[in-house]
Design a protein around this ligand. Structure first.
Ligand SMILES: C[S@@+](CC[C@H](N)C(=O)[O-])C[C@H]1O[C@@H](n2cnc3c(N)ncnc32)[C@H](O)[C@@H]1O
Length: 191
């Protein structure tokens, strides 16, 4: 074991199952312009993990944060994290490995028709292992259709499915500086 790793262990840092590549604050990188617009906005976080990204939006004034995640323990964690946050929250166990029509049939009724900000961060590559690309394309359509103003997508595979987002009437607003956790682009629905 390397010295740095031994030291971390001795200090009780970095032990246990990691949720994702990189560190938590790295997950916020590139989202800063959206945080600045969060006040008064609704947010949908797809594949939210433990809800920390949504929490950051809440801290910047979002009035609603909803999230879907496959792991029950993570959904519980998110609910606890927001326990004393006085905004509209809704966190549900969900399997996003499905087509758009199936997504709508399973979860549509639990969601708002549209959200000001939709997050699809670091999830696509998981889904790609389980779902046919044609079905995933329709899931992307459904996600874009739920977006009122901004859709943030983090995925190195983005160029494969970006066309669906643009066809849904969104346009690229910015690309964040590349980090080790992947390509992040933010799309905007013109008003
Ligand atoms: C790399 S983490 C990204 C978490 C968060 N979106 C972020 O950017 O910080 C991927 C998350 O997607 C979730 N996920 C993977 N496959 C999923 C599925 N089929 N349905 C719902 N969530 C899924 C994982 O459990 C994990 O919490």
């Amino acid at each position: 074991m390397g010295i740095a790793r031994s030291l971390k262990r001795a200090l009780g840092l970095g032990i246990g199952r990691k949720n994702f590549q990189g560190d938590l604050f790295g997950r916020f990188q590139g989202l800063e312009p959206l945080f600045e617009r969060a006040a008064g906005r609704s947010v949908l976080d797809l594949g939210m993990s433990e809800g920390h990204v949504g929490y950051e939006f809440a801290r910047h004034g979002a009035i609603a944060v909803h999230g879907l995640e496959q792991h029950r323990d993570k959904v519980r964690f998110a609910a606890r994290l927001f326990r004393d946050v006085a905004i509209d929250t809704r966190f549900r166990v969900a399997d996003l490995a499905c087509s758009g029509p199936r997504f709508e049939a399973r979860y549509g009724a639990q969601l708002r028709p549209r959200y000001d900000i939709v997050l699809f961060l670091g999830v696509y590559h998981h889904l790609k292992k389980e779902v046919r690309v044609e079905d995933l394309a329709t899931l992307v359509d459904a996600i874009a259709a739920r977006t009122e103003r901004w859709l943030a997508v983090r995925s190195d595979a983005l160029p494969e499915f970006e066309g669906r987002i643009l066809d849904a009437g969104l346009r690229l607003e910015y690309e964040a500086p590349k980090t080790e956790i992947g390509l992040l682009r933010v799309y905007e629905r013109p008003v």
